[in-house]
Unconditional design. Structure first.
Length: 321
C-alpha cells in the first residue's frame, strides 16, 4: 500500500513522502527544513541532537545507536562537472523495526530518488524491498548508492589512461594542469569513501535485533564493495603520483636542456666579449679615428674565430655538449 503525506505547517508545504508495505514504512525527505525536522521529532520522537544533525550540512559519517532505532550519517560522491571535482552528498538515515527514514540534504543523489520512485510506482518492487524488514530495505538503499560510485571511479580511471598519453605528447603547462585537476578530484573522492567503511563494518559486526536479517552477509557484501572501491582509488593514486613525478622529471629535464644551451652560448661568448669593442682597442683599424691596415682587422677577427672554435672543441672534449 502506498501513502504520500503532504501537510501544511506555517504556510509551508511539508515535503515528506512515505511508502508503506505491511508494517514497514519508508519515509523520504529531500532538502529538509525546520518543518520537516519538526515532523520527525513529533512523529518518531527522535533526539533533538539527531534532528540538529539532520539540518546540518557538515556532518561526518557515523552510526549512533538509540534504544529503538539507529541514526546513520553517510556520504556518497557526486561529480561536479563545472568545477571538475567530486563532492560529498550527505544522507541521514533513521532505522527502526517498522520504519526507515532517509533524509537527503542536497537532493543530488539520483539513485536514491530513483529507487524511491521505483518502489512508489511499481507494486512488485515495493513488495520485494519493503516486504521483509527494515534492515533488508536499508541494505538495498545503501547498495544502490554504493553502485553509484562505480561509474565515478571508472571515469577517473579513463581520465588517467588519457592522461598517460597526454604526459608524452602535450606541452608541460597543459599536462601539469590536467594532472593537478585529476589529483584534486581523486583526493576528494578518497575523502568521501574512507569514512564510510567503518560505518558499514559496524553494521556488519554488531547485532541489531530489529534488522531480522543476516547482517554479516548483507552488509559484509557492501563492505567488500567499499573496499574494492578504496583499492581502486589506491591504484589510481599510485598511477597519478607516478605521472606527476614523470611530468616533474620532464619539466626538470626541459629546464636543464634550456640551461645547457644558454650556458654553452654564454661560455662561447664570454671570451669573444673580451675581444669585442674592436674600435675601442688601441689598435689602428679601418674606419677608426686613425686609419689602420686591413691586416690588423682581419687578424683580430681570426683570433676571435679561433677562440670560439677552441671553446667548442674543449666543450666537446669534456662531453658537455
Amino acid at each position: 500500500m502506498e501513502l504520500n503525506q503532504v501537510a501544511i505547517a506555517d504556510d509551508h508545504e511539508l515535503r515528506v513522502q512515505t511508502i508503506s508495505q505491511g508494517k514497514l514504512t519508508w519515509v523520504y525527505i529531500e532538502k529538509p527544513t525546520e518543518a520537516e525536522a519538526q515532523f520527525l521529532a513529533e512523529t518518531y520522537g527522535f533526539h533533538p541532537l539527531e534532528i540538529d544533525d539532520v539540518l546540518s550540512r557538515a556532518q561526518r559519517p557515523k552510526l549512533d545507536e538509540d534504544d529503538d532505532h539507529l541514526f546513520i550519517v553517510m556520504q556518497f560522491p557526486v561529480f561536479n562537472k563545472t568545477n571538475r571535482i567530486t563532492r560529498p552528498s550527505e544522507v541521514d538515515i533513521f532505522i527502526g523495526e517498522n520504519y526507515v527514514v532517509t533524509v537527503h540534504c542536497s537532493g543530488d543523489l539520483r539513485p536514491l530518488s530513483k529507487f524511491f520512485q521505483e518502489c512508489q510506482t511499481r507494486d512488485e518492487s515495493r513488495a520485494a524491498y519493503l516486504g521483509r524488514s527494515s534492515g533488508y530495505l536499508l541494505y538495498h538503499i545503501i547498495d544502490r548508492l554504493v553502485n553509484y560510485c562505480i561509474p565515478i571511479l571508472n571515469r577517473i580511471t579513463e581520465n588517467i589512461e588519457g592522461l598517460e598519453d597526454l604526459v608524452f605528447t602535450e606541452s608541460v603547462p597543459e599536462t601539469v594542469r590536467s594532472i593537478s585537476l585529476l589529483r584534486r578530484d581523486l583526493i576528494s573522492f578518497r575523502r568521501v569513501i574512507r569514512p564510510q567503511i567503518s560505518v558499514i563494518e559496524t553494521l556488519e559486526q554488531e547485532d541489531y535485533p530489529f534488522f531480522k536479517e543476516e547482517q554479516e552477509v548483507y552488509f559484509g557484501d557492501i563492505a567488500d564493495q567499499f573496499r574494492k572501491i578504496w583499492d581502486g582509488l589506491e591504484d589510481c593514486k599510485e598511477v597519478v603520483d607516478g605521472l606527476y613525478e614523470t611530468s616533474n622529471w620532464f619539466t626538470s629535464h626541459r629546464i636543464q636542456e634550456i640551461m645547457r644551451v644558454l650556458t654553452i652560448i654564454t661560455v662561447i661568448l664570454a671570451p669573444l666579449t673580451l675581444l669585442s669593442g674592436i674600435y675601442g682597442m688601441n689598435v689602428p683599424l679601418p674606419g677608426g679615428a686613425e686609419h689602420g691596415s686591413m691586416a690588423s682587422f682581419l687578424g683580430i677577427l681570426a683570433l676571435m674565430s679561433a677562440t670560439g672554435i677552441a671553446m667548442l672543441a674543449f666543450l666537446r672534449h669534456r662531453h658537455w655538449i
